[in-house]
Design a protein around this ligand. Structure first.
Ligand code: F6R
Length: 362
C-alpha cells in the first residue's frame, strides 16, 4: 500500500502533482480567468463589504494560512490576519458582520482550530472551513466548506496537504478579489496559469530527489538548521523547519530572512546549514545580503533560486518562474530534504515521537 516507497511520507510527497490537479479540477476557467469553488453561501454583497479576513489554524496549516493571508492582501486589497488557533480571539473593534474567519485543517478535527471557529461563530462571524476530510467536525460546523481533495494522508507529517491548502487559498483569494471588483485581470489570469503549471513544476522537483538526497547526506550532521525566506518564501521557510524538526528531531528554525540579523545570527556557525529561498517573488536581492552574513560565519547555504541566478551558494536548486506560487516548488525540495535527513538517522518517519496525526486536545 506504500506503492513501493519506504514510507507513506515519501509516497505522499510524490503524490503532490496528482493532489494538486485534483485540488483545481473543475475549479478554474483559464479562458475567462474565473474560479468556481462550488456552492458557497458567501455572497458578492458580503464579500465586497468585509473589512477583514481572519485565518486560524495550527502547525503546517498555520503556515498555509500565512501564505493565504499574503495572497488575499496582495490580490483582493482587504486586510487579512493570521493567528494560531490556540491564541485566537475576535479582536477588539471588529464588526462581526464585516469579518470572515477562515479555518484551515487537514484533519478537520484539531481541537484548537475547532475552538477558534466556535469562538468566531458565537460572536456572529461567518466561518469558512478548508479541509481535506469530508464529514469532519470542521466541515459540519462551518457555514461553508471547501475541500482540498488531496486524498488520504497517512504519514503524520503533513506534506501534500500543505501545497493543496495553499492552492485552495489562492483560488479563494481570486474569488474574494473578483467579488470585490479588485481583481487585476492580468494578475488573476497569470496566477491561474501558474496554478495549472504547478503540478508539472512540482514533478520537476520530485525528479531531482536523488540530488536532494545527496545534499541531505552531506549536511545531516549539522548542529542545527536554519531556513530563511521573505514574503511568500517566509511561510515556506517556517514550514521547512517544522518538517525537519518533527521527523528528524534536529534543531531547526525558520525566520523571515531579515530577522536573522536581529539575534539569531549568534547561532550561525560552520555547522549550521542555512536553507534559503531566493526565488523571484521573495525579494532575493535583499536575502542575498543575509546570505553573505551567514557565509562569512562559515555556514553552508543551500539556495532555491530563479534559473538565471548566478549567486555564489554551496548548493543551488533552480525553481521555474511561477510568480506568487514559486515557493511551493521550493517547498518540495525542503520536504525531501527533511525526509532524507530523518531517514539517514533511522527515525520513525511516518510516526514521529510526540505527535499525533490529529490533535484533539487543546
Ligand atoms: C505538521 C503537522 C501538524 C499539523 C497540525 C494541524 O506536519 O502535521 O503541525 O499540521 O497539528 O493539523 P490539522 O491541519 O489537521 O488541523
Amino acid at each position: 500500500e506504500k506503492a513501493g516507497y519506504d514510507h507513506y511520507m515519501l509516497k505522499e510527497i510524490h503524490e503532490q502533482p496528482t493532489a494538486l490537479r485534483q485540488a483545481i479540477a473543475g475549479r478554474i476557467d483559464p479562458i475567462e480567468g474565473d474560479v468556481d469553488l462550488g456552492d458557497l453561501s458567501l455572497s458578492e454583497a458580503f464579500l465586497s463589504d468585509i473589512d477583514e479576513v481572519q485565518f486560524v489554524a495550527c502547525g503546517t496549516s498555520y503556515h498555509a494560512c500565512m501564505y493565504g493571508k499574503q495572497l488575499v492582501e496582495h490580490l483582493a486589497d482587504v486586510r487579512a490576519t493570521v493567528e494560531f488557533a490556540s491564541e485566537y480571539s475576535v479582536g477588539s473593534g471588529r464588526d462581526p458582520e464585516r469579518t470572515l474567519v477562515v479555518g484551515v485543517s487537514q484533519s478537520g478535527e484539531t481541537a484548537d482550530t475547532l475552538r477558534a471557529l466556535r469562538v468566531a461563530k458565537r460572536s456572529g462571524i461567518r466561518t469558512l472551513g478548508v479541509t481535506n476530510t469530508v464529514g469532519s467536525t470542521m466541515a459540519r460546523e462551518c457555514d461553508d466548506v471547501v475541500y482540498i481533495r488531496a486524498g488520504p494522508e497517512i504519514g503524520v507529517a503533513a506534506t501534500k496537504t500543505f501545497a493543496s491548502q495553499v492552492v485552495i487559498l489562492a483560488l479563494f483569494a481570486v474569488t474574494v478579489a473578483d467579488e470585490r471588483g479588485e481583481l487585476d485581470p492580468t494578475a488573476g489570469r497569470e496566477l491561474l496559469e501558474h496554478l495549472q503549471n504547478l503540478p508539472g513544476a512540482v514533478q520537476g522537483a520530485l525528479d531531482r530527489d536523488d540530488a536532494v538526497e545527496e545534499v541531505a547526506d552531506a549536511f545531516a550532521d549539522g548542529d542545527a538548521f536554519f531556513f530563511i525566506g521573505r514574503r511568500f518564501g517566509n511561510p515556506v521557510a517556517l514550514e521547512g523547519a517544522l518538517k525537519l524538526k518533527e521527523i528528524s528531531y534536529d534543531h531547526a528554525e525558520g525566520f523571515p530572512a531579515g530577522e536573522l540579523k536581529h539575534g539569531p545570527l549568534a547561532l550561525v556557525t560552520e555547522d549550521t546549514p542555512v536553507l534559503a529561498l531566493l526565488t523571484a517573488g521573495t525579494r532575493p536581492d535583499e536575502t542575498r545580503n543575509n546570505i553573505k552574513e551567514v557565509q562569512s560565519r562559515g555556514a553552508p547555504v543551500v539556495a532555491f533560486t530563479a534559473p538565471d541566478d548566478d549567486g555564489d551558494y554551496e548548493v543551488g536548486f533552480d525553481v521555474p518562474d511561477l510568480g506568487l506560487i514559486e515557493p511551493l516548488v521550493a517547498n518540495v525540495y525542503l520536504q525531501l530534504f527533511a525526509y532524507h535527513v530523518a531517514d539517514d538517522k533511522g527515525r520513525s518517519i511516518d510516526r514521529p515521537r510526540n505527535l499525533a496525526k490529529s490533535v484533539t486536545v487543546e
